[in-house]
Each structure stands twice: as C-alpha cells, then as structure tokens.
Design a binder for this molecule. Structure first.
Ligand code: SAH
Length: 231
C-alpha cells in the first residue's frame, strides 16, 4: 500500500493542509452513515477515504457540503461523485498495491487521490485542462506523487503506458470504448458506468482469456463521457 500522506497531523511533507478535527469527524460520520452502513466494508477503501480531505476538492463556498450524501457541481459543469459511489467504484476495482491504474475523468482528483493511496501508479486522463491542473495541485499538496496526468480524450486511453491491470471510468458511456478494452491487461478489471446520457448501470467487467465477464453493481447517474468512443 502506498503510504505517503500524514493527514492526521494536519500537515503533509509539502506544507500545511487545512484538515481540522471537525473535518475529520465529519469524514468519519460520512463513512459510518453513508458507506459502511450501505455495505462497503473493504478496510483499505475505508482507510483511504478516511485519509483524504474531501473538502479540499471543492471551492471554499461549497466546503460545508463536502461530507454530505450527494454529488456536487464543480467547474466546467462537471461533478464530484457522491462519496458512496466513490467507495463502491473503488471497492469494485479490487485494487492491489503495485497495480497500474488508468482513470478516465480526473475531475477534481478526489477519486484519483483515493486510488493513489491504494495502487502503485495512477494514470489519469481529463479533457478539461483547468480541472486537470487543479487536481494536480491538490494531489501535490497532499504529497501524492505516484500519479501521471494527461489532458486528452480519455476514450482513446493511454496506449504508451498500457496494458493496465485496472481501468476506471468516472463518466457515463454508451459502451466500453474499444481502445480501453484493448489496453486492459489479461486478468484485469474495468469499472465503468454504461447506459444513456442520463442514467447508467455501474458495471464491473473482467477480462479473462480475452473474454468479457460482466456484473451489474448498481444504478447510477454520471456526466457523459464525451469523446471519439463516447458521446
Ligand atoms: N472522479 C471525478 C468525477 C469526475 S466527473 C471526481 O472525483 O471529481 C467526470 C469527468 O470526466 C469530468 O471531469 C469530465 O470532464 C471528464 N470527462 C468526460 N469525458 C471525458 C473524456 N473523453 N476524456 C477525459 N475526461 C473526460
């Protein structure tokens, strides 16, 4: 397990992080009431979410809402996912220390930060430059160095770094983009919301002997995956 953030002291190696005792209490309540109570029990996922200050991924005016049970609007008409959804997706991905993960849809970088604590290296793609840059500065401030960022159409994946043991898509797609399937390692897993532009089903997909095995996880609603192999 990558472990470089010392959040409980309120600081990281790179200077002060504004994470008070009240924030930490709200975070623990969020995990107890919204995540554990609804069946996400993986201790690695819970521990990672306890360590990442979700409020720092929002504009100051919205921070009081950071630990509420909902998705919230962010810049570029995008959203930060509901905490439960982040927990469910992370658990479904079955991340192991050392995994190389491709993430499509950096957004605020909140999900990226959780993955960075659990995996070996995270390669994250975002189509909006401003979102990617802000995510980078947040993760840098938290001391999370095992992340590579690229501003690009994520439906094309990141061929030079493939194959990936895990791929996570945090925007809703009509189908699995073919480049992503081709960049998924044998024995790998892909977690992706599939459906129409307004509602989707979160799918957990495994690749075994080149074949696709698929399980429905839960109904969900994500912003659309916009791109050559998306909407
Ligand atoms: N995981 C994010 C939520 C992201 S919302 C968080 O925790 O904050 C979905 C993100 O996917 C948006 O930022 C959107 O701009 C991005 N996105 C949509 N289509 C994309 C594409 N083809 N390539 C890269 N990013 C894309």
């Amino acid at each position: 397990m990558a472990s470089m953030v010392v959040l409980h002291s309120g600081t990281t190696g790179r200077g002060a992080v504004d994470d008070t005792a009240l924030d930490r209490r709200r975070r623990h309540d969020m995990l107890r009431q919204q995540v554990l109570a609804r069946g996400v029990r993986n201790p690695h996922v819970i521990r990672a979410m306890a360590r990442i200050p979700r409020h720092l991924f929002l504009e100051p005016a919205q921070r009081s809402q950071a630990y509420s049970d909902q998705a919230l609007p962010v810049a570029e008409q995008q959203t930060i996912s509901q905490p439960l959804i982040v927990a469910v997706m992370t658990e479904a991905l079955e991340v192991q220390a050392g995994h190389r993960i491709l993430e499509v849809g950096t957004g605020t970088g909140y999900q990226t930060a959780i993955l960075a604590l659990l995996a070996g290296r995270v390669y994250t793609l975002e189509r909006f430059a401003a979102l990617s840059r802000e995510a980078q500065s947040r993760l840098h401030a938290l001391g999370l160095d095992n992340v590579e960022y690229r501003i690009a159409d994520g439906t094309l994946g990141w061929p030079e770094q493939s194959p990936f043991e895990r791929i996570i898509v945090t925007a809703g797609a009509p189908e699995v983009p073919e480049p992503l399937w081709n960049q998924l390692a044998e024995g790998g897993r892909l977690v992706i919301p599939l459906g129409d532009r307004h509602s989707q089903t979160l799918k957990k997909i495994a690749r075994r002997n080149g074949r696709r095995w698929e399980v429905d996880v839960l109904p969900c609603r994500f912003v659309p995956l916009v791109g050559l192999h998306g909407w």
